[in-house]
Design a protein around this ligand. Structure first.
Ligand SMILES: Nc1ncnc2c1ncn2[C@@H]1O[C@H](COP(=O)(O)OP(=O)(O)OP(=O)(O)O)[C@@H](O)[C@H]1O
Ligand SMILES: [Mg+2]
Length: 376
């Protein structure tokens, strides 16, 4: 395959969730078709795609059949085995590369990579036995957060350790999976930067945004982040540094903490579109999803400019879905639903975006007022 991909080429996307759905919609506008590899029938991405392969991500015959039907392969879901990634890469170009995915799949590999690249993180230690946990807790101090090194999302596979009495129950719950202990960051804010990188090394980074979680699930994103110029500078520099050190072709999201001293620490990275970038669909000429498709297709990357300020509010679980009729009649709310059949608790069902003139993002009360029943 030659890049840039010509119009009507087929982009293979691994993963059938909402990130794949919004990537496929962006791809369609650019004249591409998407073929989705997913475990579930009727997935959010497959509903809007050209083709679908329904299979386990580990089945070599399905991976091969999927790869043979597409021109380039990318991801909205990163947890494909190393062997599966190598198999895909032996058949078609994989963007970002299997090496990038391997780094982001494992919190220990990821943290080591970040520190080696000169990017600050909280103190951390690999933990495989109860004794190692005691040692690590002594060294790092409490409070701390114990996490599984793999397959975590939306705060799953984590335990907060406040006192020495918390170590045993947390270890019992999360082991025998490989674990990492992280020093707890008493953060002033959580922020993120999404950056696109082309195969020529060109970078296009969206503005730094601020994220608020609720019950460990992203709740609100404010674009731009209401932080100092110094924090913006640190966060942008970190995102650029990581994208370049990883040699990523595609999109990279970097989640960061701002600590009490105004220092920015990297939390985790995701080499794909990210929930904290959904506001870009309406607030930017080229959204994160368009940037993702452009980068993997080898199209030129425009600057990641923003023409509006924005607030994004996730719609999570049955409680938020009950508000859907009101959302549709609240002036200014731009509604998105992902096509999931069942609204289970903590499940991301959709989101809304509210735009403001650039530079006019209101304060807490103003945002609450425009969100109506969705206000926190
Ligand atoms: N070391 C830490 N100190 C303080 N808070 C933390 C720490 N690690 C995680 N958290 C909190 O838990 C949230 C989820 O953690 P993290 O991003 O590591 O896991 P995840 O399961 O991959 O979540 P997600 O899918 O939401 O990104 C963070 O956004 C933050 O609010
Ligand atoms: Mg996270």
């Amino acid at each position: 395959m030659t890049f840039p991909l010509p119009p009507n080429s087929i982009i293979g996307l691994v993963g059938g969730g909402q990130l794949g759905r919004m990537s496929a919609l962006a791809a369609a506008r650019l004249g591409y078709r998407c073929h989705i590899l997913t475990r579930e029938a009727d997935s959010p991405a497959a509903q809007v795609a050209h083709g679908v392969t329904i299979s386990d991500y580990a089945d070599p015959a399905s991976l091969r059949a999927f790869a043979e039907q597409v021109d380039v392969i990318s991801f909205e879901f990163e947890n494909v085995s190393a062997e599966g990634l190598d198999l895909l890469a032996s058949i078609k170009p994989v963007r970002p590369s299997p090496g990038v995915l391997r780094t982001s799949q494992d919190r220990v590999v990821e943290k080591q990579f970040l520190n080696d690249a000169g990017v600050p993180t909280t103190a951390w230690a690999m933990v495989s036995t109860r004794e190692e946990l005691a040692d690590a807790a002594r060294r790092i101090g409490l409070p701390a957060v114990l996490k599984t090194t793999r397959y975590g999302y939306d705060g799953k596979g984590q335990a907060r350790l406040m006192t020495p009495d918390d170590l045993s129950p947390a270890f019992a719950r999360l082991s025998p999976k490989p674990l990492i202990l992280e020093g707890f960051v008493d953060f002033a804010a959580e922020i993120s930067v999404i950056v696109a990188r082309g195969s020529d090394g060109a970078l296009a980074a969206f503005d730094t945004v601020e994220n608020r979680h609720r019950d460990h699930v992203l709740d609100l994103t404010f674009a731009p982040a209401r932080v100092s110029d110094d924090v913006v500078g640190q966060s942008q520099a970190i995102a650029h540094r990581i994208a370049t050190a990883l040699d990523v072709v595609g999109l990279l999201a970097v989640e960061m903490f701002v600590d009490a001293q105004g220092r920015v620490l990297a939390n985790e990275i995701a080499p794909r579109p990210h929930n904290s970038g959904h506001w870009s669909i309406e607030a930017c000429p080229a959204s994160q999803f368009e940037m993702h498709i452009r980068a993997i297709a080898g199209l030129p990357l425009p600057a990641a400019t923003r023409h509006a300020d924005a607030v994004m509010r996730n719609l999570v679980g049955p409680e938020d879905m009950a508000l859907w009729p009101e959302i549709l009649t609240t002036p200014g709310l731009i509604p998105h639903l992902y096509g999931k059949a069942e609204a289970r608790p903590r499940r991301k069902m959709g989101h809304v975006t509210r735009l403001f003139p650039k530079g006019a993002l209101p304060g807490e009360h103003g945002i609450a007022a425009v969100l109506g029943k969705l206000a926190r």
